[in-house]
Design a binder for this molecule. Structure first.
Ligand SMILES: Cc1cc2nc3c(=O)[nH]c(=O)nc-3n(C[C@H](O)[C@H](O)[C@H](O)COP(=O)(O)OP(=O)(O)OC[C@H]3O[C@@H](n4cnc5c(N)ncnc54)[C@H](O)[C@@H]3O)c2cc1C
Length: 383
């Protein structure tokens, strides 16, 4: 994408994130993947650079950039390590931003600065073992004193987060869903399991249990689903950026390899079949990036961005999954080994079609806006 489309500030944030990603993340990404290391120290360093709260106002401890700058930083982090990128994405757009949007001034003063400065990590706990896409079916409950009991599944940074936004059926709201903030150390909160995943091994994904765990109400009683869905509307733009970053990394490695690998007396880059793949790959990545930037700009301007965010995530995640696979193809047998990062990109890319709403759910969001009431299916929740 042309740098001319960005402001000076956006270019600066992107350059800062790129430099840090190249120097402090990319050289370690393969090892973190192999050893399943959650690189805690990196988040403190990102905090010092202002990248754990890039788009959080300076008055609340953030760097005060616009939303697109944050998205550009996420793409750069994902280019180096998809796991680091998702940790930052969930921390920022699924934990810190909803606190800013729905907290009282006193709650914001208490909770947001340590998160925005990277001293603390945040998590978003909506999914349950039997409620994923159908999030409205969640069963975790909070009694009238705000004591939370239940189980959450697949919670990014769940083992490490200092603060979690937990969605629960609220006795004080006649069983409607409310959002609660749980802070560690928290009585009755336990990590039931750290998931063993296909990829994103530098991120933590945990199953959590809550047993009469004290939670503090965030936002209005019974407003939990509205808060959750609004959070995911913005969060998806970050996941689209993550997908673009992973796909870009795959393009970079495939391009370099095509110029160096010799077959039949010359570099494989001279074969039309390889050129076609690389040209298509670059074009689709640019298209995914354009959709992502468009959604980010709409959000920044305060315009509706539900459909645009869903389109960006649907398209960018497909591009990432498809073209990371083709990057392996360009590298041939070496692409299938751990000697090159292409296979890690492929494993990391897949989940972008699943979390913050599966691709099927993104299509549902888009189709409902397109078709209106005619698209209503009583069995389908809009995640
Ligand atoms: C690595 C990772 C990190 C995650 N991080 C978080 C997190 O931080 N916080 C959090 O709350 N959750 C998190 N999740 C959960 C994630 O958002 C859910 O996995 C996702 O929403 C899908 O829910 P599910 O897994 O229950 O699948 P299901 O909802 O059971 O879906 C199974 C299949 O059915 C399809 N399907 C379901 N409903 C419909 C429908 N109405 N129409 C058409 N198809 C449908 C789905 O698209 C999918 O293909 C994470 C998941 C992973 C893997």
């Amino acid at each position: 994408m042309s740098l001319h489309e960005l402001t000076d500030e956006q270019r600066e944030v992107r350059a800062l994130a790129r430099r840090f990603a190249d120097e402090a993340i990319a050289p370690h990404a393969a090892e973190w993947d192999r050893s399943h290391t959650f690189p805690k120290a990196v988040f403190a360093q990102l905090g010092e650079l202002g990248l754990m709260g890039a788009c959080v106002p300076e008055a609340h401890g953030g760097a005060g950039t616009d939303f697109l700058s944050y998205v550009l930083a996420l793409e750069e982090l994902a280019r180096a390590d998809g796991g680091v990128a998702v940790t930052v994405a969930v921390h920022t757009s699924a934990a810190t931003l909803p606190l800013l949007a729905h907290g009282t001034p006193e709650q914001i003063d208490r909770w947001v600065p340590p998160l925005a400065q990277g001293h603390e990590l945040g998590a978003f706990a909506l999914t349950e073992p039997e409620a994923g896409s159908d999030a409205g079916a969640l069963r975790t409950r909070a009694d009238a004193d705000g004591l939370v009991t239940g189980s959450k599944q697949f919670i990014t940074t769940g083992s490490h987060a200092h603060l979690l936004i937990v969605f629960a059926r609220d006795e004080a709201a006649n069983g409607a869903i409310s959002a609660f903030v749980v802070r560690r150390p928290a009585a009755g909160l336990a990590v039931a399991r750290e998931e063993e995943k296909m990829g994103l091994n530098s991120s933590s994904t945990a199953a959590l249990t809550f047993e009469r765990t004290p939670g503090e109400l965030l936002g209005a009683r019974g407003a939990g689903m509205r808060i959750a869905l609004g959070t995911l509307d913005g969060g998806r733009i970050g996941i689209a950026a993550q997908a673009v970053g992973i796909a870009q990394a795959a393009l970079d490695v495939a391009t370099a390899y095509a110029k160096e690998r010799v077959a039949f007396g010359g570099p494989i880059a001279r074969f039309g079949a390889i050129q076609e793949k690389l040209a298509e790959m670059q074009t689709e990545i640019e298209a995914a990036r354009a959709l992502t930037w468009r959604a980010a700009r709409l959000k920044q301007a305060g315009h509706p961005h539900t459909v645009e965010g869903a389109q960006a995530k649907l398209f960018a995640s497909r591009v990432a999954r498809h073209w990371t696979g083709e990057a392996i193809q360009i590298l041939g047998g070496y692409g299938y080994t751990r000697e090159f990062p292409a296979e890690r990109y492929y494993r990391d890319a897949k989940v972008t079609e699943i979390y913050e709403g599966t691709s099927e759910i993104q299509r549902l969001v888009i189709a409902r806006a397109l078709l209106g009431a005619a698209a209503r299916n009583p069995g389908a929740q809009r995640r």
